[in-house]
Design a protein. Structure first.
Length: 235
């Protein structure tokens, strides 16, 4: 099984409004849709083909109490979802089948994983399974030179060995050559940084770059790192 890309990442935050403001003003994301449920409220943000869901509410409290604000789930496209599903079951994960060939995998740590068939996947489609209400009445195009570079996941000490094996066998990730606690997907161009679960630390207000300063090679927010892609060469 090989992971081909990350469809979206969901972060649990204490204040969705502040998170949306940060992602828009500091990182250039567009707020494209909202979804309000009984126990949570979510905003969908997009820049290029990168989609981030910021969620707050009662359902996020236990996760934030253990981990602080950060990545609570992600969806990946796979070339063989049934094989990934079988590998997850063999490792003791809880697996649930969803419509359109999707599969959710939970039960190993606090992070929820969604597997999507790579064949026919539309990177511009909103995350399935929620009633998204588009802002301004339309979905924007998904194009743009912007990519997800790194995802930080926080783990209890008990999962320090089990979770890397899970990512390797289910998603086909490899050990990063420079960081033992990191794994990466060459096809997706994304690194997963595994950090020890620790007491939550309140986020500092986002720092703003000085006027006229050059753009950073990569920027981070809520356990995610993004990078700008080089502009295409016109011939």
């Amino acid at each position: 099984m090989a992971m081909r890309g990350v469809s979206h990442v969901e972060v649990f935050v204490r204040d969705k409004v502040s998170a949306v403001r940060h992602l828009r003003s500091s990182l250039g994301f567009a707020h494209v849709a909202d979804c309000v449920e009984v126990d949570r409220s979510s905003a969908l943000l997009r820049r290029g083909e990168v989609q981030v869901v910021a969620t707050s509410g009662w359902a996020t409290r236990a996760f934030i109490a253990r981990n602080g604000e950060g990545v609570a789930g992600f969806a990946v496209t796979c070339d063989d979802v049934p094989a990934a599903e079988g590998a997850a079951r063999a490792l003791g994960a809880e697996v649930s089948a969803l419509p359109r060939g999707r599969v959710t995998v939970t039960g190993i740590g606090d992070v929820a994983h969604t597997l999507l068939p790579a064949d026919g996947h539309d990177p511009g489609a909103p995350p399935a399974g929620r009633r998204w209400v588009p802002r301004d009445g339309a979905w924007p195009a998904a194009g743009g030179a912007w990519a997800l570079e790194r995802v930080e996941l926080r783990l209890p000490v008990a999962l320090r060995e089990r979770y890397p094996a899970f990512l390797s066998r289910v998603f086909g990730l490899e050990r990063h050559p420079a960081q033992r606690s990191w794994l990466y997907s060459a096809p997706a161009g994304v690194t997963f940084a595994l950090e020890e679960q620790r007491a939550p630390v309140p986020l500092e207000p986002p720092a703003r770059a000085a006027a006229g300063s050059p753009p950073a090679a990569s920027v981070t927010a809520y356990g995610l790192a993004f990078r700008a892609l080089p502009a295409p060469v016109l011939r």
